[in-house]
Design a protein around this ligand. Structure first.
Ligand code: CTP
Ligand code: CA
Length: 235
């Protein structure tokens, strides 16, 4: 139908997709996490596979079935995701950064399981910034002069002064990626649900395009946008 991906449109292309949410350890049994299910990223990996791409999927704690016919790596923290992503990106034609990366991690990780204090004082958690993996991919691409299409994701809410699209345009510029897949989130609007709505912003055009439907339908739309942006012909 209308939303199909041409079967050979990414034939021979190496597509790296990250999906899921990182966990930042506090001690051997505790972590800071997020509510990403990984469904959208995994749907993109599946759609890219169906378009003929050679797909490598890096997953962090996804809550959904993994696709067959793609190479899969498992990571947990943002640091592990960074190392795996930068290494795999060196041999990728397309990088799709769909993972929800924790912006911060605990400054120190307990070697042993933390105990409650005996004097009644409550602990204070100090956080430090995680690396920006998407920016790292873009920097590596530019430094190594790779011919690579880089796709970011952003879940935004507007505020009193700025629309979701304004935030999206600013983020696209800040990240330096080619495409930004934007969706508007309320707490239960996107996370874990199977229907979704996205707008794709391109660094190379003022026009935006959008799709709504199941995560598989939206994934096929994203893969079509990737195929046309990568100049390999969507049809
Ligand atoms: N991202 C990343 N590394 C990070 C944070 C985010 O690679 N440390 C990637 C995400 O995978 C996503 C894109 O950057 O593709 C946008 O994520 P988002 O959280 O919206 O961006 P931030 O720069 O963290 O901005 P914000 O302050 O709005 O969270
Ligand atoms: Ca963030």
């Amino acid at each position: 139908g209308d939303d199909a991906v041409a079967p050979g449109s990414l034939r021979g292309r190496r597509v790296l997709v990250t999906a899921g949410g990182t966990r930042e350890p506090l001690d051997p049994v505790r972590y800071l996490g997020n509510r990403s299910s990984g469904k959208q990223g995994i749907a993109v990996a599946r759609a890219a596979r169906d378009a003929g791409a050679d797909v490598h999927l890096i997953v962090a704690h996804v809550e959904t079935e993994l696709p067959v016919g793609v190479e899969i790596s498992h990571v947990s923290s943002a640091h592990e995701l960074e190392a795996a992503t930068l290494a795999a990106a060196r041999r990728s034609d397309v990088v799709v950064m769909a993972a929800a990366v924790a912006d911060y991690r605990p400054e120190t990780v307990g070697e042993h399981k933390m105990k409650k204090s005996e004097d009644g004082t409550d602990p204070v958690l100090r956080l430090v910034r995680n690396p920006d993996i998407l920016r790292g991919v873009v920097t590596q691409r530019d430094e190594q002069k790779l011919d690579q299409l880089v796709v970011g994701f952003a879940a935004e809410t507007g505020d009193a002064e700025h629309s979701v699209l304004e935030f999206g345009r600013a983020k696209l510029r800040r990240k330096g990626c080619d495409l930004l897949v934007l969706n508007e989130v309320g707490t239960d609007k996107v996370f874990g649900r199977d229907d979704t709505e996205v707008v794709v912003l391109s660094a190379h055009s003022d026009e935006e395009s959008g799709a709504r439907g199941s995560k598989d339908e939206v994934a096929r739309f994203i893969v079509r946008r990737i195929a046309s942006e990568a100049g390999v012909g969507a049809d």
